[in-house]
Write a protein that binds this ligand. Structure first.
Ligand code: 5GP
Length: 188
């Protein structure tokens, strides 16, 4: 099978993870690319499922060994990246890969894979709504909330570089739209 890549990008709190999870639940031909991160694991997260949680030293070693397709210091002192081995693991299963990465990472991966990849930017209806969602999620401190809002404003300015945009106002509609985008891309 000609396996493809679907990139869901956008600010933290935009809903891109929820939309990706919806597609993963409903399409058995997809597999989630688990990124590596140096940030602390949240209570509801599982190592190896949501992320591979590693130390900064381990991250630097992997970087030096050229093990990443893409990596980034998404927030000051917090590193994220996709391992070449992760994508090879998914391709070996003959599945399409879903990425949930930030905007810069997504554009970087799109550049590497060209027509093999579909880039989708998920945007909140407004910065105010994004802030409300992040507060409701209760995963952030005041400091990390501010960092995420600042980064979101930068990320939203890159949305035009994506092939598709989803304004995530109503989650059910957004999930349906994402499914249509996926179907069109896989059929093409
Ligand atoms: P969180 O800490 O909320 O899980 O993720 C913070 C941001 O990092 C999100 O926008 C998420 O999509 C992004 N991210 C997760 N994995 C990667 C990755 O491998 N590369 C890049 N560039 N960003 C990632």
């Amino acid at each position: 099978m000609d396996t493809k890549i679907i990139l869901f990008c956008g600010p933290s709190g935009s809903g891109k993870t929820t939309i990706s999870q919806y597609l993963l639940r409903n399409n058995s031909n997809l597999c989630f690319s688990v990124s590596v991160t140096t940030r602390a694991k949240r209570d509801n997260e599982v190592d190896g499922k949501d992320y591979y949680f590693i130390t900064q030293e381990e991250f630097k070693k992997k970087l030096a060994n050229d093990e990443f397709i893409e990596s980034e210091e998404v927030y000051a002192g917090i590193f994220y990246g996709t391992l070449k081995a992760e994508v090879e693991r998914i391709w070996a299963m003959d599945k399409h890969t879903i990425f949930d990465v930030d905007v810069m990472g997504g554009l970087n991966i799109k550049k590497q894979f060209g027509d093999k990849a579909l880039s989708v930017c998920v945007m909140p209806p407004s910065i105010e709504i994004l802030k409300e969602r992040l507060i409701a999620r209760k995963s952030e401190t005041a400091d990390s909330l501010e960092k995420r809002i600042n980064k979101a404003m930068t990320e939203m300015s890159y949305s035009k570089q994506f092939e598709r945009i989803i304004i995530n106002d109503h989650l059910e509609d957004s999930c349906r739209l994402a499914q249509t985008m996926l179907d069109e891309f896989l059929e093409a």
